[in-house]
Design a protein around this ligand. Sequence first.
Ligand code: PGA
Length: 254
Amino acid sequence: MNPDRRPLIAANWKMHKTLAEAVSFVESIQKQTGPLGDREVLIAPPFTSLKEVGDTLKEGGYSLGAQNCHWEQKGAFTGEISTVMLKEMGCAYVLVGHSERRQLFGETDETVRLKTAAVIAAGMVPVVCVGEVLGERERGETFDVVGRQVEEAFTGLSAEQMAGVVIAYEPVWAIGTGKTATAGQAQEVHGYIRARISSLFNKTIENNVRILYGGSVKPSNIDVLMAEPDIDGALVGGASLEVASFTSLIEFNV
Ligand code: PGA
């Protein structure tokens, strides 16, 4: 295994769990899983639980992440949260450009680019989400759409800034639908993204960038997904909300 591509299992809780539920979940998960070894687990709770969840994540290999941020450090942006504030809460990662943000809250390739740069500037790692909708896949536009999203997100970054960035490929038709992309479909796009990163940056970044798969990942399909050469982890919604299913995901077999 490439040590730079430590497997990452990320929980995106979306708008789920009160503070009490969040803390109890992370206590249980740490009790039920043994030492993570070469794996890393990321928990991205709602903003309201960040501090306490971070304080409760004591075991090695667990990291805290936010689900969104604003690109300005401060200002008159009612309801927004800046990267400086997230860093202060102990976040190491921030999800950027999740398809729900793009579809429901008007995020564009341009705001994704601004947010990505802001997260890096604040010393955190962006998990930049890309993925095609069903119609785009059916029209054979997957590579064009994903390629454009990748290119626009990382325009203007130096190779040094790009090192460490995480990409999540999440076909929108597979999110929350129970329809997972087959391991082969996911691998094909992951391989394409990796090659695209090489042409935008260089071979070292291509080899070292972690690319997660997301979209109805569950205990029954994690092993086949993780067996693919270009899949370095999973971004999980629904199956990250229950202790039993998330524990099995963390304990995937290679
Ligand atoms: P899902 O969500 O696992 O419920 O499909 C994944 C995501 O939205 O990141």
